[in-house]
Ligand binder design. Structure first.
Ligand code: CU
Length: 305
């Protein structure tokens, strides 16, 4: 992964070009994801269908290992199918919520060098694809500038995997990044002593309003920024792990599901990705140099454990 602000505009352009390339390649998984048109849609569908992210709900402890592998598979496809040679960039929202910064001015939203900006403001109740309204939304309409302004999503809303063309929308809620990505909050999250408590911070579970770092930087699964946000959450997990490698490089905890008696997640827990990738055990991805991750990203193969 590469630090966003050190990305030269040419490197950002090559990542965005590779993403639009994936959006133009034909789907490979339309037998299981009927509405998938593009290779990019395959990933959206894999996150929706029952053994993808939705199988455990994204707000459960399996979320971190699931996304670590999912993002790596996405990066691999950019390389093998679209000639991308860089690393998966991440979006460090903390840089965009400093006192002298306005969230909307983040370079990540640049129409020329970034991913384009907010959608036009539409009152939440009038937005066709929004099933719940958070306060102080500032957008909600189609993304109207930048490289994804004409992007048509084929799946969704919700977990719909049938063909349903609609535009890519964005709805900035700057108060959430400001609340969850300040340096104070990041440091508080990184100071947690166990995987379970670290993950609870990500999901905002110590607060009544459960937004957390995860929700605060989230756009839809069909938004290319989805991968940069989750890469950043993974970077934070890795940072937390590195602070105390023994035992954190072998640590996972928390209930498998909200059902009583479902048991706890262990390293042997198997996570699925639909047909986008083979199943892996959490043990395979708990360390970023574990073979399952290393070997799908050839550049790092020499550093495999
Ligand atoms: Cu998510």
């Amino acid at each position: 992964m590469t630090y966003r602000r050190t990305l030269h505009p040419d490197e950002m352009k090559s990542y965005i070009d590779a993403t639009t390339c994936l959006q133009a390649l034909p789907a490979a998984l339309s037998s299981t994801i009927p509405g998938a048109v593009s290779r990019f849609d395959d990933f959206v569908g894999a996150a929706y269908i029952p053994d993808g992210e939705s199988s455990f709900k994204s707000s459960q402890v399996q979320f971190l290992p699931w996304h670590r592998y999912f993002t790596a598979v996405f990066e691999d496809l950019l390389k093998t199918h679209c000639g991308y040679t860089g690393g998966q960039p991440y979006w460090d929202l903390t840089l965009d919520v400093k006192a002298d910064k306005k969230f909307v001015d983040s370079p990540v939203f640049s129409p020329t060098d970034g991913f384009g900006g907010n959608g036009a403001y539409i009152p939440c109740a009038e937005q066709p694809y929004n099933s719940f309204c958070l306060t102080n939304g500032t957008g909600g309409g189609c993304v109207s500038d930048g490289p994804f302004k004409n992007t048509i999503l084929h799946l969704g809303p919700g977990r719909n995997i049938e063909r349903n063309d609609h535009c890519l929308t964005r709805n900035f809620h700057p108060q959430f990044p400001a609340r969850w990505f300040s340096e104070i909050d990041i440091n508080r999250t990184l100071a947690e002593g166990s995987y379970g408590r670290f993950w609870r911070h990500l999901e905002g579970m110590f607060e009544v309003e459960r937004i957390g770092l995860h929700g605060a930087g989230h756009f839809g699964i069909g938004d290319p920024l989805f991968y940069l946000h989750h890469a950043n959450l993974d970077r934070l997990w890795w940072k937390w792990q590195e602070q105390n490698p023994h035992p954190r490089l072998r640590e996972v905890s928390g209930p498998v599901s909200e059902k009583q008696g479902a048991g706890n997640v262990t390293l042997a827990y198997e996570i699925g990705f639909g047909k986008i990738a083979q199943k892996v055990n959490i043990a395979d991805v708990v360390h970023i140099k574990q073979k399952a991750l290393c070997t799908i990203i050839p550049n790092t193969a020499s550093a495999c454990l």
